[in-house]
Ligand binder design. Structure first.
Ligand SMILES: CC(C)(COP(=O)(O)OP(=O)(O)OC[C@H]1O[C@@H](n2cnc3c(N)ncnc32)[C@H](O)[C@@H]1OP(=O)(O)O)[C@@H](O)C(=O)NCCC(=O)NCCS
Length: 292
């Protein structure tokens, strides 16, 4: 397997997301589960809630997809490992770095060649219930916008901090208030940011349905938004091949907060037929991957 970056080139990275509310997400997760390593299958099986299992499988699948695309190899030939600190990695690919997150209706993952990477996703309303003092530094509090977008901004800081703590591998052990983020530009999501906590550049953006997500890389420029992958219609066909390639559904470049720009081309009749194929194929398997 060959990496395409050479000496002197800027590190490459890829940021992918999957919407669990999109048609076919559960079927795709069932199909992807069978391609994960026994170790990952066991880890997923230990999760109690069906929705957690779906999110977890899809995050791993996205991580492998991102890795496969960067390395230009079929994802199904790659295997995930887990460092002692919890960071995921691809076995036999020491120059490739991975990060995953899952929350609510989204699974996200990013891969980077020759640079560390960290991602996070969260629902804005879940961060709104936390007091400033739980996770923001005094400098961050004083830089919050005073009016409308404050809730979104606070959630943006949350995901940025988690992304940074995953990039270093420290996780929550780092302490939210040790990770002080400085925004570049206007106090409006999407924006770029950096932190003295670790070297690297970070971007934060919105996802449909009231979510924000962040990605950071230790070298080079991070992606500005994730590519949201459609998983439903071609699941059976694709799992029978080795590359399980999927089509980008849409870029979540600047969706409206009310979610009106979402468009799933899985709504076409052909897509529905293919979706039914998946359901028929999976009908006799144990259906535990329902999203609740
Ligand atoms: C990393 C961490 C911040 C993730 O928090 P979370 O909001 O619960 O979960 P997310 O969905 O955002 O991310 C989960 C993924 O992060 C990754 N991850 C776990 N630990 C990680 C670490 N130290 N560094 C980077 N990534 C890590 C894993 O891929 C995990 O996916 P999995 O649970 O499906 O295996 C948190 O698990 C953590 O801090 N772990 C460190 C271990 C620890 O000391 N925990 C005690 C909490 S004080």
């Amino acid at each position: 397997m060959t990496a395409r970056t050479g000496p002197g080139r800027s590190p490459k990275s890829l940021f992918l997301a999957c919407d669990l509310q999109a048609p076919g997400a559960e079927a795709a997760a069932r199909a992807a589960l069978r391609r994960l390593s026994p170790d990952d299958q066991e880890r997923v099986a230990r999760l109690h809630r069906p929705a957690d299992r779906t999110r977890s499988v899809l995050a791993r699948w996205l991580a492998l997809q991102a890795a496969g695309r960067l390395l230009d190899v079929p994802w199904a030939g790659l295997q995930l490992g887990r460092h002692r600190d919890g960071r995921p990695y691809v076995k036999t690919q020491p120059r490739l770095f991975l990060s995953m997150a899952h929350s609510g209706r989204y699974a996200v993952a990013a891969a980077a060649l020759g640079a560390r990477v960290g991602v996070d996703v969260e629902e804005i309303s879940r961060v709104s219930v936390l007091p400033d003092s739980a996770f923001l530094t005094p400098a961050e509090i004083s830089a919050l916008p005073s009016a409308g977008p404050a809730a979104e901004h606070r959630a943006a800081l949350w995901v940025l901090k988690e992304a940074a703590m995953k990039l270093t591998g420290e996780g929550m052990r780092a302490g939210m208030k040790r990770v002080d983020f400085r925004r570049r530009g206007e106090p409006r999501v999407p924006f770029s940011a950096h932190t003295p906590y670790t070297v690297g550049e970070f971007n934060v953006c919105r996802l449909l349905g009231g979510y924000v997500c962040a990605v950071g890389v230790s070298a080079g420029a991070p992606p500005t938004t994730p590519t949201v992958l459609a998983v439903g219609p071609r699941t059976r066909m694709e799992t029978e091949r080795t590359d399980f390639s999927v089509r980008p559904l849409q870029e979540h470049g600047s969706p409206e907060p009310d979610g009106t720009t979402g468009r799933h081309d899985t709504a076409s009749p052909a897509a529905h037929r293919a979706e039914q194929d998946v359901e028929v194929e999976e009908a006799d398997s144990h259906i535990w991957l329902s999203v609740n």
